[in-house]
Design a protein around this ligand. Structure first.
Ligand code: ITT
Length: 184
């Protein structure tokens, strides 16, 4: 097993990453080194700066991952500020903001920033869906109880197996693992 350090405070992310990693013989190991999340609307930029920061600190190859939930009717809010917004108003706050809005389209975007002595590389994954009318499901974390992926009738929190097959994170980790296997 090839080990890759993953700087994150969120163990769910590590578990989801490892569902992909194990198919490639890659084991993501959580380290709790924090990094400043820059104020940029693009999750790729946040992951890029975060990866660089942690690499400069520990001088070992590292990944960080930044995720945003982008809601169309709210002009992409909360986007790269999703962690802050989740802490402040949570899923109930998002449902209240949307009210009876008909356009409930949304997407999750995940950006992995891998940094080593050659610099940073970004790997992105997107899943499109919509915001549910109410919270449903007990699995997963964060915005999972209110996110229904397009083409399915359940939230990610109701169907974690579905999440592991089609999520933003699954796609980003798939790209990263393929790249690392070939070039890393
Ligand atoms: P880091 O230490 O890795 O930054 P975090 O949980 O703060 O962990 P993010 O900043 O990437 O991670 O997350 C932004 C917010 O979006 C945060 O509130 C998460 O709970 C939520 N989130 C991230 N990934 C998610 C997913 O797959 N499903 C639902 N919510 C998610």
């Amino acid at each position: 097993m090839k080990k890759v350090k993953f700087a994150t405070s969120n163990p769910h992310k590590v578990r989801e990453g490892n569902l992909v990693g194990k198919k490639f013989g890659i084991d993501f190991v959580q380290i709790k080194q924090s990094y400043p999340e820059i104020r940029d609307e693009d999750v790729s930029k946040v992951a890029e700066e975060g990866g660089r920061f942690v690499f400069d600190k520990i001088k070992e190859p590292i990944i960080v991952e930044d995720t945003g939930l982008f809601i169309e009717a709210l002009n992409g809010f909360p986007g790269s500020f999703s962690a802050f917004v989740f802490r402040k108003i949570g899923n109930d706050g998002i449902l209240k903001l949307l009210g009876s809005e008909k356009d409930r389209n949304a997407e999750f975007i995940s950006a992995i920033g891998y940094c080593d002595e050659n610099g940073v590389k970004i790997f992105k994954g997107i899943v499109k869906g919509s915001i549910a009318d109410e919270k449903k499901g007990m699995e997963g974390f964060g915005y999972d109880p209110i996110f229904i992926p397009t083409g399915y009738g359940k939230t990610f929190a109701e169907d974690p197996d579905l999440k592991s097959r089609i999520s933003h994170r699954r796609k980003a980790f798939q790209k990263f693992c393929e790249w690392l296997t070939k070039e890393g």
